[in-house]
Every structure is written in C-alpha cells, then in structure tokens.
Design a binder for this molecule. Structure first.
Ligand code: BTN
Length: 256
C-alpha cells in the first residue's frame, strides 16, 4: 500500500497508477483528501485522522456489481468491528448497499467505480472512507445521514493504520471474487448485519422511482428485497432510508 500525505481523491490516484501500468491489485491511501468523492456525485469530507484508501484491480469479463458492493461493505464491517471490540460491534450495521452505520450514524462509506483505460482494459476501483481517528466536530452536518466517528464513539484514539491494513487485505479478496455472486453464507453474513431489516423503508432507485415497503432480505447478486403488500420488489441500485411514520412502508408492514 502506498500512503500519500495528501491527495485529491484516492480513487483517482489508484486509477491513474493502474493506467500507468503499475501491477494490480494495488492500494493507495491518503492521510487527507482535498476532493474526496462519495456515491451519486456527493462529496466526502476527508480530514487527517480518517482512513481514506482505494484498491484497484483488473475488471474481469463477467462481473456482479451488487455482490462487489456488499462484499466490500462486509470487508469494511470486519475492519472496523475489530477496532470496536466484540460488545460494540453489534451496533455496527450495513446500510444497503455499502454504508456502515454505528448507532444509526454513518461511520464509513464505499465508492465502487470502473473505468476504461487507454488500451481498452477495464479497471475496478473500490474506495473506502472510515471516520476513524477524528472528532465528530470535524464531520459535515449538512448530510442526508448524520455522521459519527470511531474516536468520538470510543472516547479514545484509534489505530487508523491497523484499520487500513485490514481493509486492504479484505478488499483484495473482494476484487478476486468480483466475477461471482455471493454464496449463501456471505448473504447470511450481510443480512445478519443489515440495518433496517424487517423495518419499513423507502428506497430511491438510481434513475428515478421510489419503492416503499419492508426490507425483507438480499439476493446473491446484491439486490435488496422489499415486501410491498403481498408482493416482493427488487431494488438493484439506489439509496435506502427508514420510512417516515405513516408512509406506505408502515401499511406494508401491517399487511405482512
Ligand atoms: C459514500 O458513502 O458516498 C462513499 C464514500 C467513499 C469515500 C472514499 S474515501 C477514499 C476514496 N476516495 C474518494 O474520493 N472516495 C472514496
């Protein structure tokens, strides 16, 4: 893993290094980012003390993007849970597809991207941000999901280097398996850690459209199952939140 004092976005640096011919998989970490990027065009505030890193690998011909997203989330869960310890790890949940919530607040996020290089090959980049050894006061407040940090929750300093090391080995494993759907054991591992399971939720689909119902589970290719009345809807890509009280999600819940 290369560690830089500063970068715009480690996703961009990882991609540039891959395109320049560095052997893959490769990992790039920055101690701070000036132009960190989040999912769906959002920004990502990245002060010193957080873990901001990206891995890049060759994108195989057949890819299951939803499985890559959820496996990445599981790798982040494992890396962060080790710092939290067994008691607090139960409070760490995966918010579909790959946010990590601690006590309902966002503590980490994942940005999976793929780009075509000049020679026509495709590079996969998985970028992870963990609000590790920083204070809550350094995090933005104008965000859709309130954020928190490990340092604030634990009330002590955090070993950001150890988290980074665990993340890289977990994410290399994700890159290796990017052409296969999740096995049943992996689906179960994510579902066991899933935020809002069996609760009324509201999905905003990428490309438009809203699905409200009860979060019922996941498929091996990473889709979210939503029970709407008596039927099951599947969401491939989007954002999920708890449904507001009195919404259609509540009535779907009552209908179960
Ligand atoms: C999200 O939750 O919206 C995804 C956040 C991903 C942030 C990480 S920090 C390291 C890497 N570089 C970036 O510019 N973004 C990802």
């Amino acid at each position: 893993m290369v560690t830089l004092e500063q970068a715009g976005s480690t996703n961009d640096v990882a991609y540039a290094r891959a395109e320049a011919g560095e052997p893959m998989p490769l990992a790039v970490r920055a101690l701070e980012q000036s132009a960190g990027r989040g999912r769906r065009g959002r920004g990502w505030v990245s002060p010193r003390g957080g873990v901001w890193l990206s891995v890049a690998g060759t994108w195989p011909g057949v890819v299951v993007p939803g499985a890559v997203a959820l496996r990445s989330a599981l790798a982040v869960w494992v890396a962060v849970a080790a710092e939290l310890g067994a008691d607090a790890a139960g409070r760490l949940r995966i918010k579909w597809p790959n946010d990590l919530l601690l006590d309902g607040k966002k503590i980490a996020g994942v940005l999976c991207e793929r780009r075509v290089t000049g020679d026509g090959s495709v590079v996969a980049v998985i970028g992870v941000g963990v609000n590790a050894d920083i204070e809550n006061g350094e995090l933005p407040t104008d965000v859709r999901t309130p954020a928190t940090s490990l340092r604030s929750v634990l009330g002590r300093g955090v070993d950001a280097d150890a988290i980074a090391g665990r993340l890289v080995s977990g994410l290399y494993g994700v890159l290796e398996r990017s052409d296969s759907p999740m096995e049943q054991g992996e689906v179960r591992a994510v579902v066991d850690r899933l935020a809002y399971l069996d609760e009324p939720v509201r999905f905003e689909r990428v490309g438009g459209g809203v699905v409200e119902g009860v979060l019922a589970g996941l498929s091996p290719d990473g889709r979210a199952a939503v029970r709407v009345g008596d039927s099951l809807e599947w969401v491939v890509a989007g954002d999920v939140d708890r449904a507001a009280a009195g919404s259609a999600g509540d009535s779907a819940d009552r209908a179960r």
